[in-house]
Design a protein around this ligand. Structure first.
Ligand SMILES: [Zn+2]
Length: 331
């Protein structure tokens, strides 16, 4: 895979091999299903609208109406795929790549092909979701860090769509439960997944979002934390059991492991953020921050938890880190 920068400062790259990528298999399947649905609807429309013994003229007349409508339906059903294909082909600004390289340690551990997929996913996310600053300015760094927070937890699910969310609000600092920004408050919140009137929204505190990526040694990353809650919420409830990623038979062993790890925390025998003791949902999000920021340390300190999270997130950041370090030494 080769990357180069053109005269306008945009990163050019060879297009992803469509045969080897799960996203394209999903897209092909969607196109095929849209085609079958269009065919069935067209056939039924023809069968219902024609008289019992139609003449050729009547058949021709009905086909002249139904065929363009069928194309319209197919076009409608596949509109998102076409929009995404355009985004994928669009140049990714070189300074965005520089921001990812500088700010996102996860991105630095990816190989060239994975980095390309990460950029494509981030580009699609930024085009499809609104990111709004509330009484604060937002720049490309903030926008890209929101996108990185969204892509990192689902990077093992090619073609994943964040259907559950349409807008991310960026607050100037932490906030209270009634969404007031008040630095004096003791119950300050750094980020949250909205519910009720705030459904399909997420709030992130700007300084904590930035610090989450800049301080890579502390195991805290509010952006990843909130998107992991959102992944958990895919089955309707934030309970620390991401059913979308766990086969039914794995749920009981997972909960047992969570409770064992929480007990270790309670007894002071764990290096995990004690905020994870709040409930199973918070434990899952806190564990995910650790998993993505310190995969090597987690694998040493919590091998069972690491192995389980590797299955849940369908990725192995520890091997990726080892590979990236080996590549650096070779250079
Ligand atoms: Zn949380």
């Amino acid at each position: 895979m080769t990357n180069s920068t053109n005269s306008r400062g945009n990163l050019q790259y060879n297009s992803t091999n469509p045969q080897s990528d799960d996203r394209f298999r999903l897209e092909r399947l969607t196109r095929q299903l849209a085609g079958v649905l269009t065919g069935v609807v067209g056939f039924l429309a023809l069968a219902v609208s024609l008289p019992v013994h139609p003449t050729m003229l009547e058949v021709g007349f009905h086909l002249a109406l139904i065929v363009p409508a069928g194309f319209g339906l197919y076009y409608f059903l596949t509109r998102r795929l076409r929009r995404r294909a355009v985004i994928r082909q669009a140049p990714f600004p070189a300074h965005w790549h520089d921001i990812l390289e500088k700010e996102v340690s996860f991105y630095r551990t990816l190989n060239a092909e994975e980095q390309q997929r990460f950029r494509e996913e981030a580009h699609i996310f930024l085009k499809e979701k609104r990111i709004t600053g509330i009484n604060t300015s937002i720049d490309d760094t903030v926008r890209l860090l929101v996108a990185a927070s969204a892509i990192i937890p689902i990077f093992g699910f090619p073609g994943w769509e964040w259907e559950q969310i349409s807008e991310i609000l960026i607050y100037p600092h932490s906030f209270t439960e009634d969404y007031q920004t008040n630095q004096e408050s003791e119950k300050s919140i750094l980020g949250m997944v909205g519910s009720g009137a705030m459904n399909r929204m997420m709030i992130l505190s700007k300084p904590e979002l930035l610090q989450g990526f800049r301080h890579t040694q502390d195991g805290h990353n509010v952006g990843i934390h909130e998107f992991v809650h959102l992944l958990d919420k895919s089955d309707g409830v934030v309970d620390g059991v991401p059913e979308i990623a766990l086969p039914a038979r794995a749920i009981a062993p997972w909960l047992e492991l969570v409770r064992t790890e929480m007990e270790r925390m309670r007894q002071g025998h764990s290096d995990m953020n004690p905020y994870g003791l709040t409930n199973e949902g918070e434990f899952f999000a806190v564990a995910a921050e650790y998993f993505f920021e310190h995969p090597d340390k987690m694998q040493r300190q919590h091998p069972q938890l690491y192995a389980m999270l590797r299955k849940i997130f369908r990725q192995d950041p520890q091997s990726r880190l080892t590979r990236a370090l080996a590549d650096m030494i070779k250079l």
